[in-house]
Design a protein around this ligand. Structure first.
Ligand SMILES: *[C@@H]1O[C@H](CO)[C@@H](O)[C@H](O)[C@H]1NC(C)=O
Ligand SMILES: *[C@@H]1O[C@H](CO)[C@@H](O)[C@H](O)[C@H]1NC(C)=O
Ligand SMILES: *[C@@H]1O[C@H](CO)[C@@H](O)[C@H](O)[C@H]1NC(C)=O
Ligand SMILES: *[C@@H]1O[C@H](CO)[C@@H](O)[C@H](O)[C@H]1NC(C)=O
Ligand SMILES: *[C@@H]1O[C@H](CO)[C@@H](O)[C@H](O)[C@H]1NC(C)=O
Ligand SMILES: *[C@@H]1O[C@H](CO)[C@@H](O)[C@H](O)[C@H]1NC(C)=O
Ligand SMILES: *[C@@H]1O[C@H](CO)[C@@H](O)[C@H](O)[C@H]1NC(C)=O
Ligand SMILES: *[C@@H]1O[C@H](CO)[C@@H](O)[C@H](O)[C@H]1NC(C)=O
Ligand SMILES: *[C@@H]1O[C@H](CO)[C@@H](O)[C@H](O)[C@H]1NC(C)=O
Length: 681
């Protein structure tokens, strides 16, 4: 039917206009972009999710282990870092000294036998200087697998120190591992009680590589035989927007550059291996000295330097709407054995519900409320914006208690106190809940075939007010039967072009149906190449470098405000071309986003139901012609070759204002842009 309409259209145009017939490629798909608006596109459509994860050896990376960001180890870019306050370690063990090393024979150990710098931080570093020494002696921290030393940057640092037997100078510096000093400062005034020392480094030259340390040294002769204690170290390069405990600027900018619409935090790492080991929002606010940290669900100590307010500020700084994941009454004892997961019984749930009410009050309450006033006392009077609350994380694993009482207890209590809130359920869509869910978070890690096969899932989904959040998704493997296996079973180390194009095919379905799908986030976001739990990730980095993956370059820029109908509507019949058309009513631009998942270039004849200005612009992600990787679709961007596959812009004048042909390269994603008149929407 539509096809014959199009035929008529073609015929008319060809008879009555001076068309060069060769503009219409023979035997090619005919794709018409109409001015029919199907629905508005929510501003939340594409964004990020974030949780603190890291490596745990011997851990079962079970299905749906979500993932994200090594917040503390990575995005929060403390140069002195790993283990900066000896949180979650066992005093006296070698492990407790992770990332610390002795310099010239000082004897180091972590102790809780002397009072710590605060109640929350009982552990400190004990430094014993041998009796016979000469020259400088002390200790070093190796940073997050290196420290970037950059000329022109001001590094802000602090540490606590005390000693019963020494009151002389302490020298802190940024040095190369070979001993070249880049910046240094002397601290005076150590006494027998804890004192915080602050310092600043401004290196006059950049280090040639990241093999650098933060060093603390003393004069051997003056300290011989003496003992000193140190605790709560901090060292930051300049941070994004100058935030205290802020983000590494280059990594933060990556988020900002994609104009994310939504930011979910929570996820697995909120759950804890026991109820008491859960992420406690109230222990992640205030002074760093008051944050005890915890062993996260990825079984490494979280400093909680990135705490609730840092997350909230971060969402604001990147201009994304928040999705707050709250703890909903389960912990993960053994990921392989759901029967062992501690589930809070109904009769005992109220204190945890109250805790969440307090958390929400902290976020949105005005300063006359108990927790709103605490927030104000921490420097933030104005409430944060919050509308979307996710009850738990992947509760399909404990669906019975969720459906029986956990969902309802949280939803009822929160709505009673905060009627403006909307809730996202985390069980499978087929699980009935009371009250019925209106929004659901669905996660999917799978092979390219799955993403292609499900690109049309939402086209036929009932328009019954149920909204979906694809809260975590990624092509993780080429293995159709084992998406989370090992590398030799097809698991991806990095996103590949092939996988990213399959994700893009799926994402065209999300955008086309964004009256049902209100948000989506690739996961995980960041990976420190030196220690990671999960592959692939959207961005890989080390102390100074970063690589955007092929999946990074997707649709969140080039945002339409309204979805436009096309003829035909894409379907399995039009595969391997998948598309979505949209209109931005601020810029009067029409976008056509196209994934070609095939191995051949494909031409399409594009017809516009409106006149263009005679120019088209496009940006395409594909294997670059005339390179060694041309036609190799399993290629990835890596730290060694970060720009192997990058979006390439293209512009052309089109001789006829409402029709042109376009060639979509093999295994590619293209966003075509046409300036349009103001469309009636
Ligand atoms: C596409 O259109 C151009 C004119 O804009 C024409 O030169 C070219 O031959 C057409 N391509 C095909 C495959 O027909
Ligand atoms: C944080 O809140 C929990 C639950 O309300 C409580 O058990 C814990 O003691 C609080 N922590 C601090 C440091 O107040
Ligand atoms: C976790 O559960 C699995 C499956 O029941 C079991 O094989 C494994 O030993 C358990 N691990 C621990 C640490 O208890
Ligand atoms: C498209 O094809 C895939 C497999 O080839 C199938 O799983 C899926 O259901 C099809 N979708 C539609 C809407 O027909
Ligand atoms: C909408 O339809 C889906 C699929 O049939 C169903 O799972 C969901 O519960 C429905 N929502 C409402 C509000 O009826
Ligand atoms: C896919 O994974 C399975 C194990 O689940 C393995 O037996 C098979 O060899 C894998 N296929 C490929 C192509 O690696
Ligand atoms: C566009 O809207 C018109 C008028 O409602 C309708 O006749 C036509 O079928 C629509 N076209 C598409 C492709 O949806
Ligand atoms: C764009 O559309 C939105 C949603 O319909 C509307 O609120 C806004 O005013 C429109 N902007 C312009 C410039 O037309
Ligand atoms: C990609 O595929 C080619 C050809 O099949 C193969 O030679 C190459 O090793 C693959 N590269 C990667 C990174 O898997």
């Amino acid at each position: 039917m539509r096809r014959s309409n199009l035929g008529k259209f073609l015929l008319l145009c060809c008879i009555f206009s001076p068309v060069a017939p060769e503009i219409v490629a023979p035997n090619a798909l005919e794709l018409r972009i109409t001015t029919n608006v199907t629905h508005e596109i929510p501003s939340t459509l594409f964004g990020y999710m974030w949780e603190d994860i890291n490596h745990r050896s011997g851990f079962n990376i079970g299905k749906t282990r979500p993932s994200l960001l090594l917040t503390v180890k990575t995005t929060a870019p403390m140069a002195v870092s790993t283990n900066r306050a000896f949180q979650g370690v066992i005093p006296g063990t070698q492990n407790a000294l992770y990332a610390w090393q002795s310099y010239n024979g000082a004897r180091l150990s972590v102790t809780s036998k002397t009072e710590g710098v605060s109640d929350a931080l009982p552990n400190s570093l004990e430094v014993k200087i041998p009796k016979a020494v000469s020259g400088p002696i002390g200790f070093e921290n190796t940073g997050y697998w290196g420290i970037k030393v950059q000329e022109g940057w001001a590094y802000k640092g602090s540490l606590y120190a005390k000693s019963d037997s020494y009151n002389g100078p302490i020298t802190v510096s940024l040095k190369s591992a070979r001993g070249t000093t880049f910046a240094s400062q002397t601290l005076q005034g150590i006494s027998n009680s804890w004192k915080k020392f602050t310092f600043e480094f401004e290196p006059k030259v950049s280090a040639p590589n990241d093999n650098n340390v933060f060093s603390v040294v003393l004069d051997g002769k003056a300290t011989a035989g003496k003992t000193l204690h140190f605790g709560m170290f901090s060292l930051f390069p300049p941070t994004f927007k100058g935030r205290e405990n802020g983000m590494r600027i280059d990594l933060a900018q990556l988020f900002v550059d994609t104009d994310p619409g939504v930011f979910r935090f929570g996820g697995n790492n909120v759950e804890g291996s026991s109820w008491d080991g859960r992420w406690k929002w109230n222990e992640t606010i205030g002074r760093l000295e008051d944050r005890p940290g915890r062993i996260g669900d990825w079984n490494y100590p979280n400093t909680d330097g990135v705490g609730l307010m840092e997350y909230l500020n971060w969402a604001e700084d990147i201009g994304a709407e928040l999705i707050l994941g709250i703890w909903a009454g389960i912990s993960i004892q053994n990921y392989s054995d759901f029967a062992t997961w501690p589930v809070v019984p109904e009769a005992d749930l109220q204190p945890y519900v109250d805790d969440v009410l307090n958390e929400i009050e902290f976020i949105v309450g005005d300063t006359s409320t108990q927790w709103g006033s605490v927030r104000a006392s921490l420097g933030r009077e104005e409430p944060y914006a919050l509308r979307l609350i996710e009850i738990g994380n992947e509760d399909n694993f404990q669906a019975d208690s969720y459906a029986a009482y956990r969902w309802q207890a949280f939803v009822d209590a929160i709505s009673a106190k905060f009627p403006q809130m909307e809730f996202i359920a985390t069980t499978l869509p087929s699980t009935a809940l009371n009250p019925p869910y209106k929004r659901i978070d669905f996660h999917q890690y799978n092979s390219p075939s799955w993403f292609k096969a499900n690109a049309f899932f939402f086209d036929s989904y009932p328009r019954n007010q149920t909204k979906w959040f694809i809260g975590e998704y990624a092509v993780t493997s080429t293995n159709d039967s084992n998406a989370l296996g090992t590398l030799d079973q097809g698991r991806l180390q990095y996103p590949t072009l092939l996988g990213s194009v399959a994700e893009a095919a799926f994402m065209t379905g999300l955008e086309r149906n964004s009256d049902v799908v209100f948000a989506a986030a690739y996961a995980p976001s960041f990976q420190n190449i030196h220690e990671f739990q999960w592959t692939p990730d959207i961005v890989t980095f080390d102390a100074s470098r970063l690589a955007r993956s092929t999946s990074y370059y997707m649709f969140s820029v080039n945002k339409g405000t309204h979805s436009l109908a096309t003829s035909p509507t894409p379907s399995n019949d039009t595969a391997p071309l998948f598309w979505s058309a949209s209109y931005n009513n601020e810029s009067d631009v029409v976008f056509l986003k196209v994934a070609n998942t095939g191995e051949q270039d494909l031409v399409a004849n594009i017809f516009l139901d409106f006149p263009s200005t005679g120019h088209i612009h496009a940006v395409t992600l594909a294997t670059p012609p005339l390179t060694a990787v041309f036609g190799q679709f399993n290629t990835s961007n890596t730290l060694e070759e970060p720009d192997l596959i990058i979006p390439v812009p293209f512009s052309a004048a089109i001789p006829i204002l409402d029709k042109f042909n376009y060639t979509f390269p093999a295994t590619s994603v293209t966003v075509l842009t046409v300036q349009s008149p103001k469309l009636v929407v």
